[in-house]
Design a protein around this ligand. Structure first.
Ligand SMILES: Cc1ncc(COP(=O)(O)O)c(C=O)c1O
Length: 408
């Protein structure tokens, strides 16, 4: 079964938007288009339910119910319990809150392992704990390939390590890291695991329960939703970490790591992401009796299969060029369609030239300066990044390849 791209694209108002016609979107890793179900829910919340939620009057009751629905349905797709999922303003802010909680729980001399492959969001907040006496160890990428070798992690692990942080997939290297294998290594050493899933989740929601990490973070504005950060915190860890919310909310797992009042409308609109998964599942003949995690799984595989086909074409075209260096692996099966290119030129200027050919793409460091520096890329200059998702069609890929031929 292949993904029905006409059906997929009909779910996204951006593809029918007159002002966007003729432009092909290749900066999805920065933030995806939003699906219609999310936009409809957001509009409905703001027009019909924009009152304090969880009271007994109708608008309030419905607003609260929609917020709960978003959490319950997304948790089910992610393969975790309802209260193991919570929402916060962004992944970076969520990581800061979690780092605060770990700082309160850990003793000076205990260790955290971070990588130099991550976006700054899942490394900077943890590194700052060195100021409080925490031993911060860096799991380094291979400078040539950007690969994170689990064998190198094993050398850093000992019984003082409380947490290992790494990305499911880096936003510049693109390689999909073996989360289950890495988690097993960390758990065997007695450490918890925090995975930044931001760059992976747009390519299909993971069954986090089956993958195994204790924390899994991603950002809904990159997964067809509103500007929220989603965090899975498995119960054993969430109940162990000190509460960061109001003291009287400590008994609710999903409130323990969101100190601020949440964005009601955006949380409610996150149910639209579950609507989108379910619509794709039903359209592609999914079994009506499937569980949410099974629906997520099938949709994930459909998305990935489409992306791998398109990515293989892009990679073949890029591999044939001698005027650029592809960051990360070139095999489409092993990576996400988030392709950073080190050019011998200013990538921001190249992105501007691509825009003249109707290509929306970006240049810069994408807040992954440590990864770029580790791979010998001038982080000041940065890379050109071309990123797409399952909804990108062959005509857009053609447009990209033709534009690259014209500009590079
Ligand atoms: C891999 C990765 N992690 C984390 C983030 C930060 O997410 P947020 O903007 O929700 O803080 C980004 C944003 O670009 C990202 O690409």
């Amino acid at each position: 079964m292949t993904l029905d791209l006409d059906f997929v694209r009909a779910q996204f108002p951006a593809f029918a938007e007159p002002s966007l016609q003729g432009q092909a979107f290749f900066e999805n890793a920065g933030g995806s288009y939003t699906c219609g179900a999310v936009i409809d829910r957001l509009t409905r919340f703001y027009t019909q339910r924009k009152v304090q939620p969880y009271a007994d009057y109708e608008a309030s009751r419905l607003g609260g119910a929609e917020m709960d629905e978003a959490r319950i349905r997304m948790a089910a797709i992610l393969g975790v319990e309802d209260d193991e999922l919570s929402f916060g303003p962004s992944t970076t802010q969520n990581t800061y809150v979690l780092a605060q909680a770990f700082a309160q729980m850990m003793q000076p001399g205990e260790a955290i392992i971070v990588t130099n492959q991550d976006h700054e969001a899942n490394t900077g907040p943890w590194r700052r704990l060195a100021d409080r006496g925490i031993d911060v160890r860096e799991w380094k990428v291979d400078p040539g390939t950007g690969h994170l070798d689990p064998a190198a992690l094993e050398e850093l692990l000992d019984d003082t390590v409380r947490l290992v942080c790494f990305p499911h997939c880096s936003n510049v290297v693109g390689e999909i890291n073996p989360v289950t294998e890495i988690t097993a290594l960390a758990h065997a050493a007695g450490a918890f695991v925090c995975v930044d899933g931001v760059s992976y989740a747009p390519h299909g929601f993971a069954d986090v329960g089956a993958l195994g990490p204790d924390i899994y973070l991603f950002s809904a504005y990159k997964t067809y939703g509103p500007h929220q950060g989603l965090m899975v915190i498995r119960r054993a860890l969430g109940e162990l970490l000190p509460n960061q919310g109001h003291y009287f909310n400590a008994g609710s797992l999903y409130k323990r790591f969101t100190p601020a009042g949440p964005d009601h409308a955006q949380i409610a609109a996150c149910a639209g992401m579950a609507d989108y998964v379910d619509a794709l599942f039903a359209h592609h003949g999914g079994d009506a009796k499937a569980t949410a995690a099974e629906r997520g799984h099938m949709v994930h595989d459909l998305m990935r299969a489409r992306e791998v086909t398109a990515l293989a074409r892009v990679m073949d075209a890029l591999k044939g060029r001698n005027d650029l260096r592809i960051i990360g692996p070139t095999d489409a099966e092993t990576r996400a369609p988030t392709i950073a290119l080190d050019l011998a030129r200013d990538p921001v200027a190249v992105a501007a030239q691509l825009a003249d050919h109707g290509i929306m793409a970006g240049g810069g460091d994408f807040y992954a300066t440590r990864a770029l520096q580790a791979m010998g890329v001038d982080a000041e200059r940065g890379v050109l990044r071309l990123s797409f998702t399952h909804y990108t069609n062959d005509a857009e890929v053609d447009q990209l390849l033709n534009a690259l031929d014209a500009v590079l």
